[in-house]
Design a protein around this ligand. Structure first.
Ligand code: SAM
Length: 358
């Protein structure tokens, strides 16, 4: 099960270490504007200046990125009302739902809500593979950098007796075909559950924006900087065992419940769902050079995301020495990061079809 990002606003928190993702959101703003201008039919949605427009951000974490994306959506709706429909947007009301894992630090999120916001905010704890909202109540759903987290570790991977279990370390697990396939199958299941739940909640004609880190089509994970990342992460764990800080046995049962799909893989999963059409799928201009990916690994950006899963498995005392050692290992492997291609930021725009629910 995915663990929430590091809460609070301390040095290792997600709030202080997610500006890389935030920068991409600034770029995605243009795509959101275009989507709302071209693909959202406010008349079909029966939205005018006396309506309540409902937006949800799924996997919002603690901010500030979630506030940026929500603001982008609201400004685009206001612009559309003003320009295309010649309506004064000042009377429309917005309701925004911030969803995340129940253990997310919602207190930090709520305290950071922008004072100047033009929306009514609500927190919705829950897992987005399940239903979170009443039927046909949302007009726009966003999910950024969250859908790669799996609801669970694939059953084929768990346990020392399974075929695909691998004694080496986390790095090698990801590069074994059967293991990669098991993660991919779990991802498919989770995305299908996610889409089916959203199909119930989104009004016909409503839009969904997905931002996800993907592995470029045709390039094996091991040939990307993400592959180097897993490799270094795994060898760092093994070093911890050699130093007596943990055991190999403990490492063998450690897994990270996430999967980075390829664009084609994601596309083919979505295409089997009759409730959504893919209106746009676009690779955003690469946010990171290899050296910025490397820099990200050197900083708390990795810790802000992975501390939760590491702590859950190895305990809180393991965290500090592990991430300190990880930074050293990243440094030692700097030239390897420079050689490989980065993962990509993929923007996907989906539209809810008019198909009735079964
Ligand atoms: C990397 S953060 C992204 C936060 C924010 N959307 C952004 O772009 O900066 C991923 C978030 O997804 C949440 N998450 C992962 N699995 C989830 C699930 N099944 N249901 C709800 N939230 C989930 C995590 O708790 C985490 O806060």
């Amino acid at each position: 099960m995915a663990q929430p990002m590091v809460g609070g606003d301390g040095a290792h928190s997600y709030a202080k270490n997610s500006s890389g993702q935030g920068r991409v959101m600034e770029r995605a703003k243009e795509l959101i504007n275009e989507a709302i201008a071209d693909k959202l039919d406010l008349k079909l949605l029966k939205i005018d200046t006396s309506s309540t427009f409902r937006v949800a951000d799924l996997g919002c974490s603690t901010g500030p990125n979630t506030f940026i994306v929500v603001q982008n959506i609201i400004e685009a709706i206001e612009l559309k009302l003003l320009q295309a429909d010649r309506q004064n947007p000042s009377t429309i009301e917005f309701q925004v739902f911030f969803n995340d894992h129940p253990e997310n630090d919602f207190n930090t999120l709520f305290k950071a809500l922008p004072h100047s916001r033009k929306y009514f905010a609500a927190g919705v704890p829950g897992f987005f593979q399940n239903r979170l909202f009443p039927k046909s109540t949302l007009h726009i759903i966003n999910s950024s950098y969250a859908l790669h987290w799996l609801s669970k570790i694939p059953k084929e991977i768990v346990g020392g007796n399974s075929l695909t279990w691998n004694r080496e370390s986390i790095r090698n697990k990801r590069f074994v075909n059967e293991v990669a396939e098991a993660y991919s199958a779990q991802f498919k299941n989770d995305i299908e559950s996610f889409l089916n739940a959203r199909a119930q909640e989104l009004v016909a004609g409503g839009l969904m924006f997905i931002l996800i880190v993907a592995v470029p089509d045709g390039i094996p994970l091991s040939q990307t900087t993400l592959g180097v990342f897993y490799d270094v992460f795994g060898s760092c764990l093994m070093d911890m065992a050699k130093m007596g800080i943990t055991s190999e046995e403990k490492i063998n049962s450690f897994n990270i419940p996430n999967h980075r799909p390829t664009p084609k893989e994601l596309e083919s999963i979505i295409k089997t769902n009759k409730y959504f059409t893919i209106e746009r799928m676009e690779q955003l201009a690469n946010r990171m050079s290899q050296s910025t990916f490397l820099a990200k690994c050197r900083t708390s950006a990795v810790r802000a995301v992975y501390e939760g899963v590491v702590m859950e498995h190895f305990g809180s005392e393991f965290v500090e020495p592990f991430f300190n050692h990880f930074t050293v290992k990243v440094e030692e492997n700097a030239s390897r990061f420079e050689k490989f291609q980065n993962p990509i930021d993929l923007f996907v725009l989906l539209k809810r079809t008019g198909d009735e629910l079964n």
